[in-house]
Design a protein around this ligand. Structure first.
Ligand code: TEU
Length: 561
């Protein structure tokens, strides 16, 4: 790490375990697959790996429905595999961040199963949100909230005596009942789960739906207000309630305890310094209406980072990007938290496909668009992101320039959002297609037994094998960019950028002896040569007169050093 707190400028790589590497040939990725590919991630040059959930789960929402928070699903391996993965990662100097899902459990979680089996009046029902229905016979849901995946946010249970009974709340699928965070047992249980994984040696947690744990008192109807599912202008009674912050202040004391005890893994490549700060972090998945509200989650006594979904939702447009960058830095500076930058994850259309489509389609789209254009913009957007101060997140496969797969059949799709009619929001399988490792072989080297989602026929050329050592490949661009980031302390550090005057459609900013220019327009522009070209996402021509011709959709890194 180049900074006292490694996470302030870290590049964190998201592994989606079921789609990364399959060691046992069942078509599903697993922990042993991830472990065997750690050298690839070390060579890529990332600082940490965040793993999406691998816990015991019926997989109603690809593992975001957890039945046992202290067990590994047999599909992914076992606790010994998790231990080996964490140890090997530390040996290689990589930190491991695991996903924690505290908003809801699986309906197969022990508490929920007992809550159902014990019937109305069961004390375990208080750990979830059970309510009698409205209407003469309780046949209507208790309020008008909708599930993020479509349909009502309530499901009526059949009581042990066979009659229709109470309803329970689920902001996501019916197989994902929401916990009642007002019940002390829920908090106790999650602090214990934190300790379990901290004792396993993990370096941090990504908190799923961090904005959803606390619901407004009395679960009030939305009434005529339009339900805003993700980034809306309005604060919903089920999202971003002030009460969530007390939970994270408690969690932070657990983490700080570990920092003081210096408990945890010891790897030769982790410099002694990271013990000073404990080195462990929380990152919030908090979809809030504004970056200013997101900033409430990142405080010295709460969480360390929060994903910048405003940035993810910004189109490839200089003016919009600049506004978002400024607003982000302005929101983070007073709280002393690093800005984060993210372009893709397992819930949204990959940026290579988003930017291949006209602006305004939002983050979930279903058409391939102009693939060359998308890739060119994605590469340029990545260099821009990696030049900004703060921490950046990379989603597996974006370093290969993978597009979304938009023509998956209903037979192979698994995303509950798709089947529950979340409409535009429901196209998440397309970014979850397994990684192509080799040019040939079953599932391009993903595993020996095919892949749970079919890979397109033209993915050989996008494989890691095809791109490794290939000049100009997207993989080599990422490798070079991450190597430069490690060498140049100006990149990633600090909390502001110095904007330079630039032609319309172009962003130009300086950070020490380093300059970044991003041309978001389609046409070539002429800019001053800000030194030597350090790295570029496309072709640049530098003239003797000290000027440079930068093609459309191209980002250039310059150095005077
Ligand atoms: O996502 C939370 C969320 O609100 C959205 O990302 C939403 O799931 C999606 O856009 C709907 O189409 C987290 C996880 O990242 C996601 O994979 C889970 O499905 C969800 O929580 C429930 O655990």
């Amino acid at each position: 790490a180049r900074h006292r707190d490694w996470w302030r400028d870290a590049v964190i790589y998201q592994v989606y375990p079921r789609s990364f590497a399959d060691s046992d040939g069942d078509g599903m990725g697993d922990l042993e697959g991830v472990r065997s590919r750690l050298p690839y991630l070390r060579d890529l040059g990332v600082d940490a790996v965040w793993l999406s959930p691998f816990y015991a789960s019926p997989q109603a929402d690809a593992g975001y429905d957890v039945a046992d928070y202290r067990a590994v699903d047999p599909m992914f391996g076992n606790l010994l595999d998790a231990d080996a993965l964490i140890r090997d990662a530390h040996e290689l100097g990589l930190r491991i961040i695991v996903d924690l899902v505290p908003n809801h459990s699986s309906d197969q979680h022990e508490w929920f199963k007992r809550a159902l089996a014990e019937g109305p009046g069961s004390a375990l029902r208080d750990r979830y949100h059970f309510r009698p229905g409205k209407g003469a016979n309780g046949e209507l849901p208790p309020n008008d909230w909708e599930s993020i995946f479509g349909g009502p946010a309530w499901t009526r249970v059949t009581e042990p005596d066979g009659t229709p009974g109470e309803w329970y709340l689920h902001l996501f699928a019916p197989e994902q009942p929401d916990f009642n965070w007002d019940h002390p047992a829920v908090g106790d249980e999650f602090r214990s789960i934190l300790r379990f994984w901290l004792d396993m040696g993990v370096d941090g947690f990504r908190i799923d739906v961090a904005h959803g744990l606390v619901k407004a008192e009395g679960l009030p109807d939305l009434g005529t207000r339009e339900q805003v599912k993700l980034l809306g202008n309005d604060v919903m009674p089920f999202f971003d309630q002030d009460g969530v912050h007390a939970i994270y202040r408690q969690w932070r004391t657990v983490l700080d305890e570990y920092a003081r005890n210096k408990k945890g893994p010891e790897g030769p490549s982790l410099e002694g310094r990271w013990w000073e700060t404990g080195g462990r972090i929380f990152v919030a998945e908090a979809w809030t209406p504004t970056i200013e509200r997101t900033a409430n989650y990142v405080r010295s006594d709460e969480l360390h980072q929060a994903f910048n979904f405003q940035y993810l939702s910004t189109y490839w447009d200089a003016a919009e990007l600049r506004t978002c960058i400024d607003r982000t830095l302005d929101a983070m500076r007073p709280v002393g938290a690093p800005a984060t930058w993210v372009l893709s994850n397992h819930d949204v259309t990959r940026h290579a496909t988003r930017f291949a489509n006209p602006a305004g389609l939002g983050t979930q789209i279903r058409i391939a668009g102009d693939r060359d254009l998308g890739l060119r913009r994605a590469r340029a957007a990545t260099l821009l992101m990696l030049a900004l101060p703060g921490s950046a997140y990379i989603y597996q496969g974006e370093e290969l320039g993978l597009p979304d797969v938009v023509d998956l059949s209903d037979e192979v799709r698994q995303d509950p959002a798709y089947f529950r009619g979340a409409g535009q929001d429901g196209f998440r399988d397309g970014c979850r297609v397994p990684i192509p490792w080799t040019c040939t072989g079953s599932s391009y080297g993903f595993g020996a037994g095919g892949s749970w989602l079919p890979q397109p026929a033209d993915w050989a050329e996008l494989s890691i094998e095809a791109q490794t050592g290939t000049e100009g490949s997207t993989l080599e661009l990422y490798r070079s960019a991450l190597a430069v980031r490690r060498e140049q302390p100006d990149l990633g550090a600090g909390d502001r950028v110095e904007w330079l005057k630039a032609p319309e459609g172009v962003l130009a900013f300086r950070r020490g002896g380093f300059t970044c220019t991003a041309n978001t327009g389609n046409d070539a522009v002429t800019v001053p040569a800000y030194g030597r070209v350090l790295l570029t996402s496309g072709e640049v021509t530098v003239t003797d007169g000290g000027e440079a011709k930068v093609p459309g959709d191209t980002t250039v890194w310059w150095t005077t050093g």
